[in-house]
Design a protein around this ligand. Structure first.
Ligand code: ADP
Ligand code: MG
Length: 231
């Protein structure tokens, strides 16, 4: 199992008490599959991704990434694991305005210690993979919302992550562009064998996922892979 979240509980301070954001949650994501996490706002979806990304340490439970038990790891080890194994795509692409598409992706190569020329080559390769080969020289304001989100995805792929965590990538996009980004994620998941977890509020996305879970008040319910029953 490329990503394993086992019996995870996460609470946040809330006034005098604690708010339970994740309540004994379990999730398994095999390589080359797309798992959709659907649920209303505030149900704990982003918290689940933050825990899976090892950015937030849960109160209890286990998170195993590409065979590595993460609960005992220190901050530096977690950060190395994230760099090598985990790609994260947040909801709003945070792209520096002055950098071209190629430079946005290349910046990630630089941060992960690649030599400039290899980084440049890798950036152009990834822009091609997300369908932006002809936009390498464009700056964010010259691109559409969907294209900016593709750059965001290209950046997350820099180190060939085993696990790809994607938080509501289409929430700022119209239906058509959202569907195209989802197509891209499905393709990348298959081609690169990533264990992809996609948080979405769009129920249409579950048709493209290999499995779907719903989150309600911090609890996960598996919907499995069975086709929808008609009444
Ligand atoms: P979703 O992504 O489904 O909208 P979140 O995981 O962001 O849900 O939030 C789950 C619950 O945890 C919400 O009640 C939210 O207000 C709370 N929460 C999220 N992040 C924090 C935080 N850093 N500190 C305190 N409470 C938080
Ligand atoms: Mg969220």
């Amino acid at each position: 199992m490329t990503l394993l979240v086992h019996d995870v509980t996460l609470t946040y301070p809330d006034g005098d008490g604690r708010l339970t954001a994740l309540d004994a949650v379990g999730l398994e994501a095999p390589a080359g599959t797309l798992t959709a996490v659907i649920g209303p706002s505030g149900s704990g979806k982003s918290s689940l991704l933050a825990v899976a990304a090892t950015l937030v340490t849960p109160d209890s439970g286990r998170v195993v990434v590409a065979g590595v038990e993460t609960m005992g790891l220190g901050a530096a080890e977690k950060s190395a694991l994230r760099r090598e194994k985990i790609g994260i795509v947040f909801q709003q692409p945070n792209l520096p305005a002055s950098l071209t598409a190629a430079e946005q992706v290349q910046l990630m190569a630089h941060l992960s210690g690649r030599p400039a020329r290899a980084g440049r080559r890798r950036a152009l390769e990834l822009l091609d993979a997300v369908g932006l080969a002809d936009k390498a020289g464009k700056r964010p304001h010259q691109l559409s919302g969907g294209q900016r989100q593709r750059i965001n995805i290209a950046r997350a792929l820099m180190n060939d992550p085993a696990v790809l965590l994607v938080d509501e990538p289409t929430s700022a996009l119209d239906h058509e562009r959202g569907a195209a980004v989802l197509d891209l994620l499905v393709t990348l998941t298959r081609e690169r064998s990533t264990a992809t977890v996609l948080v979405t509020h769009d129920h249409a996305h579950r048709e493209r996922a290999d499995s779907t879970v719903t989150m309600t008040d911090g609890r996960l319910t598996a919907l499995g892979t069975a086709p929808l029953r008609t009444p």
